[in-house]
Structure formats: C-alpha cells, structure tokens
Ligand binder design. Structure first.
Ligand SMILES: Nc1ncnc2c1ncn2[C@@H]1O[C@H](COP(=O)(O)OP(=O)(O)OP(=O)(O)O)[C@@H](O)[C@H]1O
Length: 708
C-alpha cells in the first residue's frame, strides 16, 4: 500500500463539527484510497492516520521528530498553528474531493473519526390545507405524506410547480407558520427548542444586506450559528470561509458586495450560492434547501449538488433539497427521491433514486432510452399534461410502496436515538479537542447573547461606515439645512425677543422633523433582520439595540452640526449655545423614537406616512408657539402637556432668558404663558422616547414576521 498522505481539510469544518472557525481536521487520504482500497479495515485506516499525521507533522515542523505521535495531541497543536502554516494544507482539499463525487455508493468515504451527523428525520401524515380565498372552501395543498431519512442521506424533493415542495420542506424544517397536520420527529422524538441549532434552512429568497461582501455574509452566519473554541482565530474562520466559498464557486467574488436591484453587486445566481454557503456554514445535522440551484448554470448546479453529497457522506448529515427537474448527471447524485404530483400535492414516489427507473418500469412506464428519467417522471405526474398519468401513479404508490413506508415510519417514529442535547454535546466534544470553549446551553441560539450583540453591532457599524455616501449626504444635508435656516435668521441674536422666540420655534420644529429620514432605512433593514431572526441567527434584541444606538449617534451628530451652523449665523451669545444644543437634541431624540416606532409598525413607506400623520400633527400642532398655553382651549391643554415640542420650546426660551437676563424674552414668556419645568420637559421627552421605543420593540418582535 502506498504511503498515505494527510490532508488538513479546513474547508468544511463547520459541517462536521470542527467549527466554522476554520478549525482543522485530519483526513486520512491514502493515495487512491477510493479506487484501490475502498474497504480498508479500521485498523489499516488507523495506521494510515497515525503514519500520515507523523509525516505531515514533520513537514510543517509542528512537533519534534522522533517521539511517537499522539493523534489527539496533534490535533490540538494543529489548532494553534498559524494561517500561513495552514495555507498549503488546506488549498488542496475540496476541489479534488468534488471531482470524486459520482453518486456511486462509496464514492465519498465517511470520515469515521470526525463524522458528527447522527440525526434521523421521520414524518408521518404531514399535510397542509388552507381556505380558498375565492370561495372560502377548504383546499388541500399537501395530502398526508410520510417518510423517513437516515443520517447521511441526500434527498431530492421534486414535483411540478405548486405541488407543495416548499410547503413540505417548511413543515419538515419547522418553518411553517400556518397550521398543518402530522408529526415530524428527529431521532424518534418530537422536535424541541434545540432543533433550529441542529438544522439549517436555505430559503428560496436571497434577502441580504447589499453593502456586505460575500465573504462577510458567510462568516456572519458561521460565527453566529455555533460556538467555537476560544483559541480559534478570526483568520482561521476566514480561511475556512474562503474554502467554503471556493466549493460553491464564489471564491472569485468573495470580496464583492452582495448588491441590490439599485446597487449592482454579484449576479442573481451568485447570490443564490451565497445563501447556500451561509446555510452550509452552520455545522447542522440536517439541511433544508429550497431550490438552491435555481438561477445557477447547469455546471454550477452540478458542482453545488456534488458538494452537498460530499458533505452528506463525509460527515453523515442529511440534506433535503427541493429541486426542479435536475439533469441526469445531477439526479444520480441523490440517494433518495420524494416525488410529488400537484392539485393536491401528494407523494407518487418515495424511495431510492437508483430504484426509481425500475419502479416506473414496474408501474408500466419504462423510461425510454435517450430520455432523462427525471424529466420523464415529472411529465407523467404533472396533472393536466399531455402524458399525465398522475392518478395511475398515485394508485400504484398506494398499492405498492406506501404500506411498507408507513410501517417503517411507525417504527422509526418512536425509535429513540440520541437527543438533541446529546447531539450538540457530541459535536462540542469534537470541538473541545481544539481548545476550551463555552459550556453547552439549552437555548435556541447557537451563541450567547453577548456574542450575538457583538457580531450584529460590528456588522451594523461596518455597514454604517461603508455607507459613506449616506454619511456624507447626512452631513451635507445638515450643513445646507443649517445654512438655509441660518440665513433666514442671520443675526437674529441682535433682534427683539419676539423675533428670537420665532427663531427658537423654527429651530425646534426643524430638529423635530429632521429625524424622519431614518424611516426608509429602518424599513428596508427590517426585512433582512426578520429573515435572519427567522433563521434563528440572533435574537431581535441584538439588532434593535445595535441599530438604535448606532443610528441614534449618527443622527444626533448630524443634528448637532445643523444646530451649530444655524447658531453661528444667528449671532446669539456663545454662552447660550449649550442650552440651544441640549434642548434641540432632546426634541430630536424624542421625535426620532417616534419615527422609529412608525417604521417598525408600517408595512411599507406609504403606510408609514399614513401612520405618522396623526402623531406628527399632535406633536407639531401643539407646539407652544402657534398654539400656546394662553391660546389653547382648556379641553386641549393635555395635548400641549404631552407635546415634547412645546416643552422643549418653553425650556429653551427660559434657559436663554435666564442666561442673558433678557427683558424682552421675559415679555415673550409672559405673553405665551410659558411655565418653566425642566422636570416636566424631561418627563415629556422621556415618555415619548420610552413609549415609542417600547412600541417599536413590540412591533419589531411581533409584526411583519416571515409568514410561511
Ligand atoms: N401559508 C400559505 N398560505 C396560503 N397559501 C399557501 C401557503 N403555503 C402554501 N400555499 C400555497 O400552496 C401552494 C403550493 O406552494 P409551494 O410553494 O409549496 O409549491 P412548490 O411546489 O414549492 O412551488 P414552486 O415549485 O413553484 O416553488 C401554492 O399555491 C401556495 O400559494
């Protein structure tokens, strides 16, 4: 047997438990192993492992040569080596492996020492019905379906458009928000709160921030889905991500922005692959992918499915893919086929992919030569088609395969294998070989809240800094607005008290309104946040805190620039500047929370405008100047008391009067009936702030969730 070599595979560590952080694992690769010794005994494999580890260690001088090598020690030492050391070891891994993935049994050897997948999925009589909006009659979307997948199965979920593929996938992934019937068990038990940590869902829509690079997007998912040993460096996570991107053909665009419809970034097909890479980066036991190959070229689609098979087999994880008519070269890569017919969606085949042609033949419809089997299957089961034999196949399935599947499902449904906790713990144990790591937590989230907050905050900060155009526009608008308001009130400091009161009023009003610009941004970011929260990447609090804090700082800064410019032009005495800045910032912050609340409530920009109008009218109309304590009808005094605008205007005027000891301002105060109450003003502004932020949080948490 030739001397085996060792490959340090960092490309898919997350998927097998060594951590998204780019922790390495050793993969024994006896040269030509697959071709020459597919049935090598565990002893031979162990010997190969030991020998190859020794050889590689000598190469990279990680240990002294001479003493016998302890494999576990080597692994922990490898986790300490630098990225530069690793580079040679990692670049060779994935690409070669993908070429060996043919769909033949044993084409990819299970990595016995590192395969972490151990989750079986069983579903029984899963069905979905809904009310037809036109006649309110119950409509069956998906008829009861049952099945079972062992760990390490690559499943194709096929069917005509509208047959319920996404519906079935959503139900299995526990993503369906509408009520459905049936049971879904993992390892013989109902799914629990840890299920999202053991699974990964790649949705059909690619909803991402446009100003994030491809690599950052995948790394973000990687670091949020699972804890890694403390010793794992960012550079190692980065290297692992690069290799993962290479596997899905995105290496060349890793530093490009995702982009959007208005902001050109990567192509639609590439975006699809980013979603896929994010899903695959999470180290899950079961992956649910909704048409991950749509929008990809035939070659890229094949490459993707090969990569999935590689993960499946090597790490014993299950991948379920909803897929439209794959090419024959792609179809053969699957182990299992679930084929649905439509109207309603119902199973017509549930078995091994390699047995499907024979099954079809036994049903009286042998696949003609030169015809792609999957195309033929779909043609025959698509209702309404010229060659449709949907009913025949439904009957045939009920008579032949269904009873056996049902009895298997009955057994598997209660056949208890490791619990979710045990699965997570097993995975953690593999990871601890590479260093200490946080204890396992019984939480739906992969990482602690402070890690979530840190990661989300850093991303928000990066997005903010990156949006230079937005930042510059903000500052320019503040300066231009300041110049405009300032020139209209140039030298107002030398004018009468009444004129100054009008100026203060205008300044406060402009500050109260300028926060409105945050609404479109808050609305557009909300969709991405909702998607990420529905993927259980992070708690929405992590986003709410980060967004509110960072945007608050930027908004207050640009508002301060505006106030400064206006103040300089107004030629008021500098000793009153702190009061001017303070009270204008208070009104800005209070009103900013109102805009944040409306952005969280509204469905879109136009409904935001409608919702905002009454709140804005209340705050603006009862402003203490055009409507003051002296002029307001007694029954509307409450509105004046509630308005932060009137309170801040009163306090601003009072502060300036006190500082300058201006008799004229005193007359204005008397005229408008101002009452000084710093406490009252703070309470009014703080109440707006807290009530609005509270409603904002409730709306962000409860409304506009992803409905499936
Ligand atoms: N929550 C829901 N409310 C209303 N209709 C729903 C819901 N979920 C699914 N449907 C309907 O069920 C049908 C099947 O949808 P589904 O997306 O599962 O099909 P599909 O096979 O994935 O289709 P395609 O291949 O075109 O993506 C559609 O008509 C869809 O509108």
């Amino acid at each position: 047997m030739p001397e085996p070599s060792v490959m340090v595979d960092q490309a898919v560590p997350a998927e097998r438990g060594e951590g998204p952080a780019g922790q390495m694992c050793l993969e024994v690769k006896a040269p030509g192993k697959e071709e020459h010794c597919p049935n090598a005994s565990p002893k031979i494999m162990q010997a190969a492992l030991r020998s190859s580890v020794e050889q590689r260690e000598r190469e990279i001088s990680l240990t002294d040569s001479g003493p016998p090598v302890d494999t576990s020690l080597t692994l922990s030492k490898l986790s300490d080596c630098t990225v530069a050391d690793l580079h040679d070891l990692v670049v060779e891994s994935i690409g070669q492996d993908i070429e060996q993935v043919t769909g033949e049994p044993g084409d990819v050897a299970l990595d016995e020492r590192l395969a972490y997948g151990n989750a079986a999925l069983t579903f029984q009589d899963v069905s979905f019905r809904m009310k037809d909006p036109q006649n309110q009659e119950e409509k069956i979307i998906l008829a009861p379906c049952s099945g079972h997948f062992e760990p390490g199965t690559l499943v194709a979920l096929m069917g005509p458009s509208g047959s319920g593929k996404t519906t079935l996938l959503d139900i299995l992934a526990d993503k369906k928000t509408s009520p459905y019937e049936g049971k879904v068990h993992m390892n013989g038990r109902p799914r629990d709160c840890l299920f999202p940590r053991l699974t990964s869902y790649v949705p059909q829509d690619d909803i991402m921030f446009p100003n994030v690079t491809v690599k950052e997007q995948v790394m973000f998912h990687t670091v949020l889905k699972t804890e890694v040993p403390y010793a794992v460096s960012k550079a190692m996570i980065s290297k692992a991500t690069e290799l993962r991107l290479r596997a899905v053909g995105l290496e060349g665009v890793q530093h490009e922005y995702i982009g959007s419809d208005t902001n050109r970034g990567i192509s639609g097909g590439q975006r699809r692959r980013v979603s896929l890479a994010c899903g695959l980066a999470t180290g899950a036991q079961i992956f649910f992918c909704d048409e991950p190959t749509s929008g990809l070229s035939a070659t890229d689609a094949e490459q993707c499915v090969r990569y999935m098979r590689l993960l499946c087999k090597k790490y014993n994880v299950t991948i379920i893919l909803a897929i439209h008519q794959p090419r024959q070269e792609v179809a053969v890569l699957f182990d299992h086929l679930l084929l649905l017919t439509a109207n309603p969606g119902d199973l017509v085949y549930n078995g091994r992919m390699r047995d499907a042609a024979e099954y079809w033949s036994n049903a009286g419809f042998p696949v003609p030569t030169l015809v792609s089997p999957t195309d033929y299957f779909l043609d025959l089961v698509t209702p309404g088609g010229e060659d449709s034999q949907a009913q025949h196949f439904l009957d045939y399935f009920s008579r032949t395969a269904k009873p056996e599947i049902e009895s298997q499902v009955n057994v598997e449904l209660n056949y208890e294998r490791p619990t979710s906790w045990q699965l997570l713990n097993d995975r953690r144990e593999i990871l601890t070989r590479y260093g200490d790591m946080p204890p396992l937590r019984k939480s739906v989230y992969g990482v602690r809240f402070r890690t979530q907050l840190l990661k989300v905050f850093c991303r928000q900060l990066r997005l903010l800094v990156r949006d230079q155009q937005g930042l510059i526009t903000d500052i320019l608008v503040a300066i231009v607005q300041g110049l405009l308001v300032g020139s209209a009130n140039i030298g107002i400091g030398n004018f009468s008290g009444y004129n100054q009161a009008g100026f203060f009023f205008m300044l406060i009003m402009t500050c109260a309104l300028s926060g409105i610009k945050v609404m479109p941004k808050a609305l557009s970011e909300r969709t991405v946040m909702k998607m990420e929260v529905s993927e259980v990447l992070y708690n929405d609090w992590a986003y709410i805190l980060s967004f509110t804090f960072l945007n608050g700082i930027v908004s207050v800064l640009s508002n301060s620039i505006f106030v400064l410019v206006v103040f300089i032009l107004s030629k008021l005495q500098w000793e009153v500047f702190p009061a001017v800045l303070l009270w204008n910032s208070v009104i800005f912050v209070a009103m900013d929370s109102l805009y944040g609340m409306v952005a969280a409530m509204a469905k879109d920009a136009s409904s935001a405008q409608i919702i905002l109008t009454p709140f804005l009218t209340l705050a603006m109309l009862f402003n203490g100047f055009t409507v003051s304590r002296k002029s307001v009808p007694a029954f509307m005094l409450w509105a004046l008391e509630m308005s932060p605008v009137s309170h801040t205007l009163e306090e601003l005027t009072y502060s300036i009067q006190r500082t300058t000891d201006s008799m004229e301002l005193q007359i204005v105060i008397d005229q408008f009936g101002y009452e000084s109450s710093i406490k009252g003003a703070i309470i009014a502004a703080a109440s707006w702030f807290f009530v609005c932020r509270l409603v904002q949080v409730i709306c962000l948490k409860k409304m506009h969730n992803i409905e499936r």
